[in-house]
Design a binder for this molecule. Structure first.
Ligand code: 13P
Length: 302
């Protein structure tokens, strides 16, 4: 539980370290409360690139903190829980991607931000769920290797004339949702609109009313006239959305929509990370430079 003592301690530490706390929309409720900014992957990357602070505490998973370290090399980036990884990001290695690229020399390599720095370094441009379609459509190339999420790749392929060559990775949390879950949820809440993340299976997206990244979901929920919304994404979004739209009712599409890695971070760990200045996330200079090009190109296009 978030106590006044904890909040005061945190405020003192933040001032001492000149730190800013960024939190992804999937974080625990208390972590969202203590964050200076909550957002989706795109918003948090853009913020990290332009922040005026010495230290960024990244409450999310490893690739997010790594992206912040790539975009803000002069800052110290802390990941409060060093074990908070992303299984999807580990589904492609730079070696495997290099070998794949050789098969399609004319294709642009578009890499989802849920990837390691070393994989980003092998890529032409990065994307997030908020801008994947716009970035792909802005490229000169007609063929695109899309890494590592196959479901997001499918989503993009439905919205572009370009040929999309997908990698075979997937998010273990979103991939756990099946069409039957959508059917059951609609039966339970017939008045509700269904929105899902584009990391869900194509068959799930086909049954939903919209597929949106977490930032897009917040915008959708604020703007819709519908009072009830079924959410096909990680459960942390329910807290964020209840805050943004207190008059609306939200239901989780399936009970399996929980990302354990996102839940590792707690306020206690944030405090401890600022006390000990751990765990610092840094990227090797050569990889950083190449990965920064792919991330910066994304920020310029979108
Ligand atoms: P968003 O960019 O939509 O917030 O997604 C992040 C993510 O990791 C989804 O699993």
């Amino acid at each position: 539980m978030l106590t006044v003592e904890m909040q005061e301690k945190l405020a003192r530490l933040k001032e001492k370290r000149n730190a800013v706390i960024l939190a992804h929309n999937y974080q625990n409720e208390d972590v969202q409360e203590i964050a200076d900014y909550c957002g989706d992957s795109f918003e948090l990357s853009r913020l990290a690139a332009g922040l005026d602070a010495a230290v960024i505490v990244f409450c999310g998973v490893h690739f997010m903190a790594e992206s912040a370290a790539i975009l803000a090399p002069d800052k110290t980036v802390l990941l409060p829980e060093k074990e908070a990884g992303c299984p999807l990001a580990n589904m492609v290695t730079p070696e495997a991607l290099r070998a794949f690229k050789e098969k399609y020399p004319d294709a642009a390599v578009v890499t989802y931000i849920n990837s390691t720095a070393a994989v980003k370094a092998e890529s032409d441009v990065c994307v997030t769920s908020a801008n994947a379609v716009a970035v792909v459509n802005a490229l000169e190339e007609d063929r695109v290797i899309f890494v590592p999420d196959r479901n997001l790749a499918h989503f993009v392929s439905q919205k572009t004339k370009k040929e999309i060559i997908p990698w075979h990775g997937y998010c273990i949390t979103h991939h756990r949702v099946f069409p039957e879950d959508v059917i059951k949820a609609r039966q339970a809440h017939p008045e509700a609109v269904v929105i899902v993340h584009p990391e869900c299976r194509p068959e799930v997206m086909a049954l939903a009313d919209a597929a949106l990244g977490t930032g897009g979901m917040i915008k959708f929920c604020k703007e819709t006239d519908r009072q009830e919304i079924i959410l096909g994404t990680e459960m942390g979004m329910i807290y964020r959305l209840k805050k943004e739209c207190p008059d609306k009712t939200f239901y989780l599409l399936s009970p399996g929509l929980i990302c354990p890695n996102m839940k590792y971070t707690t306020v206690e760990k944030v405090i401890s990370s600022l006390e000990k200045m751990e765990t610092q996330v840094a990227v090797d200079a050569e990889i950083r430079e190449k990965a920064a090009r792919a991330l910066q190109r994304m920020l310029e296009i979108h």
